[in-house]
Design a protein around this ligand. Structure first.
Ligand code: GLY
Length: 381
């Protein structure tokens, strides 16, 4: 089966389509032509994606007589910074972009966020298209118009809402994704089941393994389901004044863990989200809001596909509940130092809470951290 499905993010004059299919990079010329007619296209990619796939994209655009030029940034989260943004903007300006130029973000979340932000600020705003190449970017960051960069004070603290004009999610390209990246993206897939679609979570319990192994039909179904859910949420609440906040399930914990781990390879964002979602369900169970059985089911499923669910795999660090809570207080979703949490009544039913007591957080985190301690060597005592 190799159909291309079209979803729409219904945002009035800024509405746009998300295409999900298996060889959309090869067909990019055809899909971009109506938008790119008479315009120059500037592709922004990173070294890894460019090495693997830029040739195919450039050929597809050339075949459709689309005038395109590529700009390549170093791979990795470090490129989401002011220095890379400045360099990229200056190179694009030197290349003579005008208000009609179309930027094309070809990569994972880093490239998408950086390119989208450059598009938001260059010439006071130009159009851009997302061609996400990671599972995480396909199911989350490429849709919804959140763009931005990191600063030493935290992730995504400088940015803008700027919606893309089109998203091409080529699920075939995920075959080249390293397993760890696939798993990290899978955490964001699971998120949609946990926050609002118990049936999808149940489907993932049955198909998650084949999905992370790259089975095309499972991948396609998951990307479509996730994008459909995200498109509906973004259309209803573009600026996150209400239900869009549910997409942050697990993220208050995740951002604190990432801040402690330094945003590098020690802990990928999706891995942090897997731990964060487990903790969010455990907190919900601890507060008597959600059956303990649901929290166990979440942990079991994430662990079964080999995602981290606690601090065990983040050894070698002196974790401190107090320090993690400090990060949470500084999170950009916090208000007056009170962090926001997405909690659950059950799998598939999440809500936002701003009144989790510090004592409850301390006991949750202290217990989770205690489980990382190596077992006592009683035999040798
Ligand atoms: N990644 C969360 C959102 O787009 O709102």
């Amino acid at each position: 089966m190799n159909r291309t499905e079209r979803l729409t993010v219904a945002l009035d004059e800024r509405r746009y389509d998300i295409l999900v299919g298996e060889d959309l990079v090869a067909q990019a010329g055809r899909h971009l032509r109506p938008l790119a007619e008479g315009r120059r296209v500037m592709i922004v990619s990173d070294e890894t994606v460019a090495g693997l796939h830029l040739g195919a994209l450039e050929r597809a655009l050339a075949d459709a007589r689309i005038d395109a030029r590529a700009f390549v940034v170093p791979a990795g989260e470090a490129s989401k910074d002011f220095a890379t943004l400045q360099h990229l903007c200056e190179r694009l300006l030197e290349a003579g972009i005008d208000r009609g130029t179309l930027l094309l973000a070809f990569g994972g979340g880093v490239v998408g966020d950086l390119t989208g932000f450059a598009a938001a600020i260059l010439l006071r705003g130009i159009d851009f298209v997302q061609v996400p190449t990671t599972l995480l970017a396909q199911v989350d960051s490429s849709v919804g118009g959140k763009t931005g960069i990191d600063t030493p004070q935290g992730k995504n603290l400088v940015g803008a809402f700027h919606q893309p004009r089109l998203v091409l999610a080529d699920t075939g390209i995920l075959a080249s994704l390293p397993r760890r990246e696939m798993l990290a993206g899978y955490a964001e897939v699971v998120k949609y089941g946990l926050l609002g679609d118990a049936g999808f979570f149940h489907w993932l319990e049955g198909h998650g393994h084949s999905l992370v192994e790259g089975e095309p039909n499972a991948l396609r179904h998951a990307v479509l389901t996730a994008c459909r859910a995200k498109a509906a949420v973004v259309a209803a609440d573009e600026r996150e004044t209400g239900q869009r906040a549910l997409l942050n399930l697990g993220h208050t914990f995740a951002h604190a863990l990432e801040a402690e781990c330094g945003y590098g390879d020690d802990l990928l964002h999706g891995e942090a989200v897997a731990i964060g979602m487990t903790l969010a369900f455990e907190l919900s169970a601890q507060l008597g809001l959600c059956p303990a059985e649901d929290a166990d089911r979440v942990r079991r499923h994430l662990a079964a596909v080999d995602l981290p669910t606690g601090f065990e795999r983040l050894g070698g660090r002196a974790w401190s509940a107090g320090r993690l809570i400090e990060h949470m207080r500084r999170d950009k979703k916090a208000s007056g130092g009170q962090p926001a949490f997405v909690l659950a009544r059950r799998i598939g039913e999440a809500f936002v809470s701003r009144d989790v007591a510090e004592a409850d957080l301390v006991s949750l985190l202290t217990e989770a951290i205690a489980q990382t301690a190596p077992p006592l060597d009683l035999a040798g005592a």
